[in-house]
Design a protein around this ligand. Structure first.
Ligand SMILES: *Cc1c(COP(=O)(O)O)cnc(C)c1O
Length: 231
């Protein structure tokens, strides 16, 4: 099987899984944006998926993302990884959406970078569902303050929330996504345009769809397993 055939088969199988999860949750497939998380995978894979109709791609490292965004045009780039403040300016030069805003200094850095590159950036607030600092995310009680800062920052548009499920299997993931749903509802009361909920990866997309996710970040189910050396 060629790489193009393998990716087409993976995408078709993923769409079957999405259709089943949407049906089970009483939702429409059109309500959900599929982001292909292409980290560690070559530009050629991205071009194949783009030719198959995928329009949104996710990356988690600035250097790799910047290189790929320069090679591939006509798609939306989502920055989904933990972000160092000194990389924020670079990210604003190519990203359309940043999913991982979890602290105030990042808001100022992204806003400054957006101004310098003359771009507007959609921002999601990453929420910690497990308190593990290594996985990023703001505590839920920090969300209102961060939201106010993003809403007031030139060049940034507050669009919603993002989270990575806590570890421990489907029941734990579902409980975590239920917390995220509550956070999203509260945010929307203050910020009606912040409607996005970025949740769900290869292992927990069904739980995310059941809990109202609007954006899925899918790597392994599309591209196959990443080399452990590369994450
Ligand atoms: C790698 C990554 C994904 C995709 O994970 P898979 O389990 O391969 O689908 C999603 N979100 C973030 C933040 C990631 O770093």
């Amino acid at each position: 099987m060629s790489r193009a055939e393998a990716l087409a088969a993976a995408l078709a199988a993923l769409e079957v899984r999405l259709a089943a999860a949407c049906a089970a949750a009483g939702r429409q497939r059109e309500q959900i944006v599929l982001i292909a998380v292409s980290k560690t995978h070559p530009v050629g894979d991205i071009e194949i998926l783009r030719s198959l109709g995928v329009e949104d791609f996710g990356e988690n490292r600035d250097q790799e993302a910047r290189h790929k965004a320069a090679e591939v045009s006509g798609v939306r780039w989502h920055f989904v990884g933990s972000l160092q403040t000194n990389k924020a300016g670079s990210v604003t030069s190519y990203a359309d959406v940043v999913h991982s805003v979890d602290r105030l200094p990042l808001v100022a850095a992204l806003s400054g970078g957006a101004g310098r590159s003359g771009r507007e950036l959609d921002v999601l607030l990453q929420v910690s569902l497990d308190g593990d600092p290594a996985r990023g995310g703001a505590r839920t009680d920090k969300v209102p303050g961060l939201a106010a800062a993003v809403a007031a920052a030139p060049g940034l548009r507050l669009r919603g929330v993002m989270a990575i499920a806590p570890r421990g299997g489907p029941v734990v993931a579902a409980a975590g996504f239920a917390v995220l749903h509550e956070v999203a509802l509260r945010l929307r009361e203050e910020h009606p345009d912040a409607r996005a909920v970025s949740a769900g990866m290869t292992s927990d997309l069904e739980q995310a769809i059941a809990a109202g996710a609007t954006h899925l970040r899918i790597g392994t189910a599309l591209f196959g397993r990443r080399s452990p050396r590369l994450r």
